[in-house]
Design a protein around this ligand. Sequence first.
Ligand code: GLU
Length: 305
Amino acid sequence: MTAGRFAPSPSGDLHLGNLRTALLAWLFARTSGRTFVLRVDDLDRVRPGAEERQLDDLRALGLTWDGPVVHQSERVALYDAAIDRLRDRGLVYKCFCTRREILEAASAPHAPQGAYPGTCRDLTAAERAERIAAGRPPALRLRSDAHSFTVHDLLHGEFTGVVDDLVLRRNDGTPAYNLAVVVDDADQGIDQVVRGDDLLSSAPRQAFLASILGLSAPTYAHVPLALGPDGRRLAKRDGAVTLADQRSLGRTPAEVVTLLARSLGLASEGESVSAEDLRARFDPTRLPRDPWVVGAEVTAGRAHP
Ligand code: GLU
C-alpha cells in the first residue's frame, strides 16, 4: 500500500493556507492511486480542542481519509526503537549545548548555515560526566557523515540542503520532529509527502535520516504558502483566516472549497466546485508556483469567492 498524508500539528486552528495544503495533499494522493492518511503530530504544541476542530474542518471541506487518525504521541516506542538501532551502530551521541551556544557556534565563520557545529560530538567521558554532574539534560544527536543531501521534489526539482548532526531526541525527552516524521512516514507506507514549502529545507535532513535507517525517502511536493496582503505568512492578524471565521462572514465550507480551487486555478469565476469535482481537474504540473496572496476580499468581508 502506498499513501499520501496530511499531518497537522494541533497547535491551533487551520487557516486558509493550511486548508489549501490539505486539499492539495488529498488531491495528490487521491489522483495517484494512493490512500490518504491523517496523522496528528502531537508531540508538542498541543492546544486543547484544536485537533477536533482541525478534523471537523477537513471533513466539512470533503477531505476524507482512510483508516483511523494516527497520533504521534501514541507511537513513542517506535521512535525509541529507531534511536536504539542507531545507538547500536554508534551513531548517537549526547549533546549538552544550549540553544544559545549552538547559535553562537553556528554563526562562526566557515560554519555551514543553520548546521550544528558538532560541539559535543567528541566529548571525552570526563567532559560528559562533568556536564551531567552540572545537571544539564542532554539531547541525543545523530553522528552524521554527510554535510548535504539531495531530494527530488515535484515542484522544486532537485533540491540540495544542509545535513548535520540532527537532533533525535530533545533534551526534554521528546522525540525530535525530523525523526518522528521519518519513522512514521515509513511505518505508515507513506511514499508521498505534500506539505508547505516552509518545510522544504527539512526534507534533505529527513531523507538522509531515512537512508541511514534503511528506509526509502518519499516523493516530495512542497507547495506554496498563503501570505497576507503584507507579504508575511497568513496569520490571525490578517482577519477571517479560519473556516470558522469564514463561516461567520457567511461563507459556507462549499464556498471555501471553491475559493481554494480558484486560488489553484482549478475553478473559474462564478463556478461552484466540490473537492470531489477537483479530482478530475487536478494536474500537478500546472500548480501555481508562487505563494497565494490572500486579499481583503477574502478575509474582510462577504464577497463572491
Ligand atoms: N506537523 C508538521 C506541521 O504541521 C508537518 C509535518 C510534515 O508535514 O512533515 O508543521
